[in-house]
Design a protein around this ligand. Structure first.
Ligand code: BTN
Length: 243
């Protein structure tokens, strides 16, 4: 599947996912991409919000259609694509993935993924927020220690992240990497995801308990070994590192 054609860019909108969902409901083709400089009601996972200063992040929502049984591992495929796009935009960095689909750089959150699917109608909206040029002080105080942007990686300099074409370049990089990953074979998705697994071997906690993360199974569930030695599978929800 090709992403980025057609493309709609908003200077300001409530949520690019909301705009893309409307377009999908109205019959827009697979590959349609919605981006924005700024969102006033950005949506995050688990009912949370998502904020970014105007122009500081790639705010991107793509329609995947048709959505079918080839896409069972979509929640794992998308963060791999985001990692590859980020590494192309800021050469020298290495991104990791915190289950299920947060993208981390230097143990901080660089990007988030929110997939909203309507399988009965055969489509999904792939929402990505990728922090590009946000400086530490621009993040809300509660996120300053846990969030990061590509520009803050202080490696090869800001390079192509600055200037009027930056959002466009980031959007194109994500179009291409999504093209490589959304229809990829499950074995390739699992292998790439496991190479970037930020939690494997780490002590984690979730609402129902704690244990050591031991990768993902073939359906993308997180495998955890409890303190009693029991192997558990987590299918949804949020896990935290026990520091
Ligand atoms: C998360 O909670 O980590 C997921 C955040 C996803 C945010 C992106 S920004 C572009 C798109 N539009 C939204 O309203 N949300 C997603």
């Amino acid at each position: 599947m090709t992403f980025g054609s057609p493309r709609r860019h908003f200077r300001l909108t409530d949520s690019t996912n909301a705009r893309a969902r409307e377009l999908a409901e109205a019959g827009a083709p697979g590959g349609t991409v919605v981006t924005a400089d700024e969102q006033i009601a950005g949506r995050g996972r688990q009912g949370r919000g998502w904020t970014a200063p105007p122009g500081g992040a790639l705010l991107y929502s793509a329609i995947l259609r048709p959505l079918d049984e080839r896409h069972l591992l979509l929640p794992l495929a998308v963060p791999i694509a985001v990692c590859e796009a980020a590494e192309e935009l800021q050469p020298g960095i290495e991104c990791r993935i915190k289950w299920p689909n947060d993208v981390w750089l230097d143990s901080r959150k660089l990007a988030g993924v929110l997939i909203e699917a309507k399988p009965q109608d055969g489509w999904a909206v792939i929402g990505v927020g990728l922090n590009l040029t946000i400086e530490r002080e621009e993040f809300p105080p509660e996120l300053r220690e846990t969030a990061i942007s590509l520009a803050a990686a202080h490696l090869a300099g800001r390079g192509s992240l600055d200037g009027p074409g930056a959002l466009e370049a980031a959007s194109r990089a994500l179009d291409s990497s999504l093209e490589r990953w959304v229809d990829a074979a499950e074995k390739d998705i699992l292998a790439a995801w496991r190479q970037r697994d930020a939690l494997r071997g780490r002590e984690i906690a979730w609402e129902g308990g704690s244990g050591v993360a031991d990768g993902v199974d073939g359906r993308g569930r997180l495998v955890v070994v409890s303190s009693a030695g029991e192997r558990l599978l987590l299918g949804a929800g949020e896990v935290h590192l026990n520091l």
